[in-house]
Design a protein around this ligand. Structure first.
Ligand code: ATP
Ligand code: FE
Length: 378
């Protein structure tokens, strides 16, 4: 069985054909990042226009690389939630055009569910597993109990870690740094941090007294901003000019992000083991999203997993960020589970906001588990 997956939830137009054995027969991706980098953020109307210009070509490319015609598909899957309304609309409209023309079943996909299940395409992972999604738009800790069966343990109460790193990178004008030419903000921070000294600055780790699994990054971003402003003053530099200490600031900011993420994930692990949601014998932590390609954060999470006897898995970087493959694979998973395969698409709509699974974050908070101190050398 073959499924075509179409992704347009944010700023990437992606399409892929995947079979039920998990083979990627063909994929195509158009990234708008370069355009949005110039405007300092995504302008929804621009994203929509670019999706419109590229979607047909991307889908055709994925099909032709696969050597598959639409007639041979078992179903067409497309992201319908959550995301930018204008972007989601383009993918949904195009998918429904194909669905109606070729009389194919349609599988509406939750973008974050797709991120979470990608690991089952690349590795043999059985449900349940703990999954941490770290990207530009999301920060989610959940238990994947089955296809379309998630327990939400915690999420960011303000911005996502990738968003914070992008903002810090922009405030530091890292795009002007000779070592960071056209790198994404988070990637530039990671690169500079490698040769920086994180001990030069100490940023308070957020939410240390909150006994839940939620995240917060905007306070941390403010702390970093304050230091940048102070340093600019000291150096007699204008906003926008490169500070000589960018590497140290990048290293300290990245460290605080990593420690915050590790602490929240530690609580989630203890909660899941305590309540037998996961078995200590074969518990797994899966990490995905654009920020999961950060080696420093990854290493910190690997250490945490080792300490708690969890297996640690990440999809390869190109499948961590938005792509059509994960949508097609989610379609295969849903087809196999007989879940959400539609033969009539009347009334189907996209949804900009859509929670992932059942929110049990209150239960986590009420439990108020004591998380031991974790000494780790990253
Ligand atoms: P979402 O998937 O939530 O809709 P998105 O499209 O912004 O949002 P991704 O494409 O998964 O998410 O990830 C992009 C984010 O990952 C950006 O914020 C970018 O700065 C960050 N990022 C990329 N590489 C790295 C890295 N090496 N270290 C840290 N962050 C990184
Ligand atoms: Fe995404």
């Amino acid at each position: 069985k073959l499924v075509l997956g179409i992704e347009t939830s944010c700023d990437d137009t992606g399409a892929a054909v995947v079979d039920d054995a998990g083979n990627i027969l063909g994929e195509a991706l158009h990234c708008q990042k370069e355009v949005h980098l110039k405007t300092g953020g995504i302008i929804p109307l621009v994203a929509q226009q670019l999706h419109r210009e590229n979607i047909e070509q991307i889908v055709k490319e994925a099909l032709s690389i696969s050597g598959v015609s639409v007639n041979e598909l078992a179903a067409i899957a497309a992201t319908v939630k959550p995301g930018l309304a204008l972007s989601l609309g383009v993918g949904l409209e195009y998918s429904l055009k194909l669905v109606n023309k070729y009389k194919k079943p349609f599988i509406p996909i939750h973008h974050m569910e797709a991120h979470a299940l990608t690991i089952r395409l690349t590795n043999q992972v059985e449900f349940p597993f703990l999954v941490l999604l770290l990207s530009g738009g999301h920060c989610i800790l959940a238990v994947a109990q089955g296809v379309s069966d998630f327990l939400l343990l915690g999420q960011s109460i303000d911005i996502a870690p990738g968003d914070m790193l992008d903002k810090v990178a922009r405030r530091l004008s890292l795009s002007k740094h000779p070592e960071c030419h056209s790198m994404a903000g988070g990637k530039a921070i990671e690169h500079l941090a490698q040769t920086g000294n994180r001990q030069q600055y100490k940023f308070r780790v957020p939410m240390q007294h909150y006994r839940n699994c939620h995240f917060s990054f905007s306070g941390l971003q403010n702390l970093v901003n304050k230091v940048i402003i102070q340093k600019e003053k000291e150096e007699g530099l204008q906003k926008g000019e490169l500070l000589p200490c960018v590497k140290d600031i990048a290293a300290a900011a990245q460290h605080a992000v990593a420690v915050h993420i590790v602490k929240r994930t530690y609580r989630a692990m203890l909660f899941c083991i305590k309540h037998s949601i996961l078995s200590p014998k074969n518990a797994t932590l899966v990490v995905s999203g654009g920020v999961a390609s950060n080696q420093y954060i990854r290493k910190a999470l690997q250490i945490l997993a080792d300490v708690n006897g969890f297996a640690f898995l990440c999809p390869p970087p190109r499948l961590c960020t938005d792509n059509g493959v994960m949508i097609a694979w989610n379609g295969i998973e849903r087809l196999r589970a007989g879940l959400g395969v539609l033969h009539c698409t009347d009334g189907i709509r996209y949804e900009a906001n859509a929670p992932l699974g059942i929110d049990i974050s209150k239960r986590v908070e009420e439990d108020s588990i004591k998380v031991p101190r974790l000494k780790m050398k990253i």
